[in-house]
Design a protein around this ligand. Structure first.
Ligand SMILES: [Zn+2]
Length: 493
């Protein structure tokens, strides 16, 4: 039987606010000593009262607008009773029936098609503390770090509109880029600022009814989401084809073994007994404020892609690659703007920056699995390198070597060129002795050329480049070798 895959995603995003969601503790807990970002509110001490972080609400509205959501006038916070030890109060303040943003959509692109994925809701809640468990053989205890508890957490829930792991990956990368463009989150997956859970089920192709679904957790990269979903599609297909039933449960992705394993069945699912948070007033979201936020939405990837084609004469393909990530687009524009140029000169400069970025620099970064924001070669250095090549001081080939050294050492291209003596010899009197040497050392090639074998000249050019260690200007060498051979020819005739 043919099966259709149905995927919905829940993404949790830590917001980049100064303070936590309901107290004045600083939210930048990552680099802080454990249990140092704490106060009576986020410790859940009796009598402590929460206060809503206005910036977190604004960021959530902003995200909702960028996702084409409606922003209802009335919203409120609810208490989600929660029995785990990672929340000091014993409940989490979240949003249940009246989220900040509803009914949106996100346009995604796969190789096969462009489609809109529905966004059910965007709501705001608080993050939980970090637990660290030590197994029995190392003492059998757990440690808790409250720093993360109370950090604003935005949850974006999609409709079950995705039909493959490719579509899920496209949704996540597009959403990830959008959040970085908005500046509402670092959206760093490694440190947990952007986390994804997936609901996945299979149903007979053509059926309208959903099959039993599983929820997958613990996926820490786009790659693991992609792999976990493909694993789960296969697993469920085998269960169904074997005449079995897919058990509705939560499964965890085990990165090292590349499998999902059962963590919790539906019978264990908690009844969170939501009720309106009595310590917080309902929020009346002023439509004027919403429109003011809409007016402040920054330029997003699609608009920037169009502008790059318009302003810098880039191809759609290159512009897309450069604008998919905000960091990449920012790097590009910084590099381009370092030179005050206009018209054709600007376009040609932009094209060179784009070529170096998408070619050699991306190659080096990909090797190390690094983001452009971590590039040891700054936009200033890249522009310096492009200038050295453009001025004919070094050849393109040498430029690649210099870029690699600048990448590895963090040194400035001009300095590297000077220290290593990587200069392109463009002085005739400096190249001529090498031409003479090459002709002397290869009488055979000279004879071949004189006998009519023109390709022998190419060999001799290569020999000159070798003698000058690649530093001679290729067109000059060409010119001098041809002249010397022509002189020899004239002498023979
Ligand atoms: Zn606090």
């Amino acid at each position: 039987m043919e099966y259709e895959t149905v995927i919905g995603l829940e993404v949790h995003v830590q917001l980049r606010t100064q303070s936590k969601m309901f107290c004045s503790c600083r939210a930048d807990y990552q680099s802080a000593p454990v249990n140092s970002r704490v106060c009576p509110v986020c410790l859940g001490l009796p009598g402590a009262l929460p206060v809503i972080n206005r910036r977190a609400v604004e960021y959530t509205v902003m995200t909702g607008l960028a996702l084409n959501c409606d922003i209802p006038r009335l919203t409120k916070f609810d208490r989600k009773n929660y029995p785990y030890p990672d929340l000091m109060k014993g409940y989490q303040i979240s949003q249940y029936d009246l989220p900040l943003a509803i009914d949106g959509r996100l346009q995604i692109e796969t190789e096969a098609e462009t489609k809109a994925v529905g966004v059910t809701r965007v709501h705001l809640e608080e993050d939980v503390a970090k637990l660290q468990h030590f197994p029995a053989d190392s003492g059998g205890y757990s440690l808790v770090d409250v720093n993360r508890s109370g950090v604003p957490l935005m949850e974006i829930v999609s409709e079950p509109d995705m039909r493959s792991a490719e579509e899920a990956r496209a949704y996540l990368t597009t959403l990830h880029s959008l959040l970085q463009y908005l500046g509402v989150s670092t959206a760093n997956m490694q440190d947990g600022s952007f986390r994804c859970d997936a609901n996945i089920s299979l149903r007979p192709a053509g059926s309208e009814e959903f099959g039993n679904r599983t929820e997958i957790k613990n996926m820490n990269s786009f790659r693991s989401v992609f792999q976990a979903l493909n694993f789960e599609i296969e697993r469920q297909r085998r269960v169904l084809e074997g005449g079995g039933r897919v058990v509705q449960e939560t499964r965890g992705w085990i990165e090292g073994r590349a499998v999902t394993v059962s963590q919790r069945s539906k019978e264990d699912a908690h009844d969170y007994r939501y009720f309106p948070e009595p310590d917080l007033p309902p929020l009346d979201i002023d439509p004027v404020w919403v429109e003011e936020i809409r007016g402040r939405l920054p330029e997003l990837a699609t608009q920037r892609c169009a502008r790059f084609q318009q302003d810098y004469g880039l191809s759609e393909y290159d512009a897309r690659l450069l604008t998919d990530s905000k960091a990449m687009a920012d790097y590009f524009e910084t590099a381009v703007c370092l030179q005050a140029l206009s018209g054709d000169a600007l376009n040609s400069h932009a094209k060179q920056v784009s070529n170096w970025m998408l070619g050699d620099l991306s190659g080096l970064l990909n090797q190390d699995n690094r983001d452009i924001s971590e590039s040891p070669v700054s936009p200033e250095s890249l522009v310096e390198l492009i200038g050295l090549v453009g001025d004919g001081i070094i050849s393109v080939t040498m430029g690649k070597t210099v870029l690699e050294e600048a990448y590895n050492t963090g040194g400035k291209p001009r300095r590297i060129v000077e220290e290593r003596g990587y200069t392109q010899i463009s002085d005739t009197s400096a190249v001529e002795p090498a031409v003479f040497e090459a002709l002397e050392a290869n009488p055979r090639a000279v004879a071949d050329y004189l006998g009519g074998k023109e390709s022998a000249a190419k060999f001799l050019v290569g020999q000159v480049m070798k003698i000058t260690r690649g530093q001679a200007k290729p067109d000059l060498v060409n010119q001098l070798v041809t002249a010397a051979l022509d002189r020899a020819k004239a002498g023979v005739d």
